[in-house]
Design a protein around this ligand. Structure first.
Ligand code: GLU
Length: 308
């Protein structure tokens, strides 16, 4: 049985061990604004189901969560639409890169899952159709769960991505050509870029994702974010699709559901136990944080706390 002390000791030991090793990989630079980050940033935060929290390093520094935000938009859409959602997007791992156009052609514009860019765009489209104002409703949703009004979109990151977002624009228009978007692709893209530009700290990430760990989680006004079955399904998608075409590798090495982003963040969930966020901007060839993967592999191995 793991106690908080065991988790804390493991985090300190692994953090220092990795910090002393060479920091390999490349910071994402295809979005110009992301290349400005200090590559040596390294933070970790763990929050247990009992609301105990432990952080180390740069755990209270905001960073661009990028694709981790796709889990939040998916959760809001699932809450609003229920299982109707799955008519518009699948639940299969894609086995290809997050921004691939190829499968859409054979799949008639139905993205393989909601965590690749195409799938996240369909979710953005659904939110635009079902919210009064999707941009502010998504922020309100996150602020309420995290109990933090200080969460915003980063204009500079969103604009930077938009200025070079040719492939995402191609994806979005391609989906529209299959009639799997209700709204204008320009509006969907603007919302998608905003969503990806959200900045959170590791501490804020763990607070935000407690609803996927603890089925008793309620907001201050006693609202349940997802029911038990919905939370199970989101965790299942995170397990199989959360790490681009390295999802199998992450599952094999770490054994937890999770999601990464090209800002170098990784969020992982142990249902009924804890949520852990790691941030280190240098990525491996598949686009996942090198130190983040290594940290989590060591953490679940040393504490024997994976779901398997
Ligand atoms: N905004 C990024 C893109 O669409 C998200 C990439 C990611 O974190 O996976 O390229």
């Amino acid at each position: 049985m793991n106690s908080r002390t065991n988790y804390q000791k493991a985090i300190v030991d692994i953090y220092h061990r990795i910090k002393n090793e060479e920091n390999v990989g490349e910071v994402a630079s295809y979005i110009p604004e992301l290349s400005k980050v200090d590559p040596d940033k390294f933070g970790v935060c763990l929050k247990t189901v009992d609301e105990e929290e432990f952080g180390i390093g740069d755990w209270q520094t905001k960073f661009s969560i990028q694709s981790i935000s796709k889990v939040l938009s998916l959760s809001l859409a699932y809450k609003k639409l229920g299982d109707k959602l799955w008519k518009r997007v699948g639940v299969e791992p894609s086995g290809s890169s997050f921004n691939s156009l190829v499968q859409l052609e054979t799949d008639n514009g139905i993205p393989r899952n909601p965590l690749i860019n195409a799938g996240a765009m369909v979710i953005c489209d659904l939110l635009i159709s079902h919210c009064d104002d999707a941009n502010s409703d998504l922020l309100d949703f996150i602020r309420k769960i995290c109990v933090n009004n200080n969460i915003t979109y980063s204009k500079s990151i969103a604009n930077s991505e938009k200025s070079v977002g040719y492939r995402n624009a191609a994806l979005c228009h391609f989906i529209k050509s299959f009639e799997n978007l209700e709204n204008d692709p320009t509006d969907v893209l603007d919302f998608y870029f905003n969503m990806c530009s959200i900045e959170l700290t590791c501490q804020e990430l763990t607070r935000t994702f407690m609803y996927l760990v603890n089925d008793k989680f309620r907001t201050a006004d006693n609202e349940q974010i997802l029911n038990v079955s919905q939370a199970k399904r989101i965790n299942a998608i995170l397990q199989t699709c959360g790490f681009y075409d390295e999802s199998g590798e992450f599952s094999f090495r770490v054994g937890l559901p999770g999601k990464s982003g090209v800002g170098g963040g990784i969020l992982a969930i142990h249902p009924n136990e804890y949520v852990i966020a790691v941030w280190s901007p240098k990525l491996n060839k598949k686009g996942n944080s090198n130190r983040g993967m290594k940290f989590l592999e060591l953490f679940t191995t040393i504490t024997t706390s994976s779901i398997f």
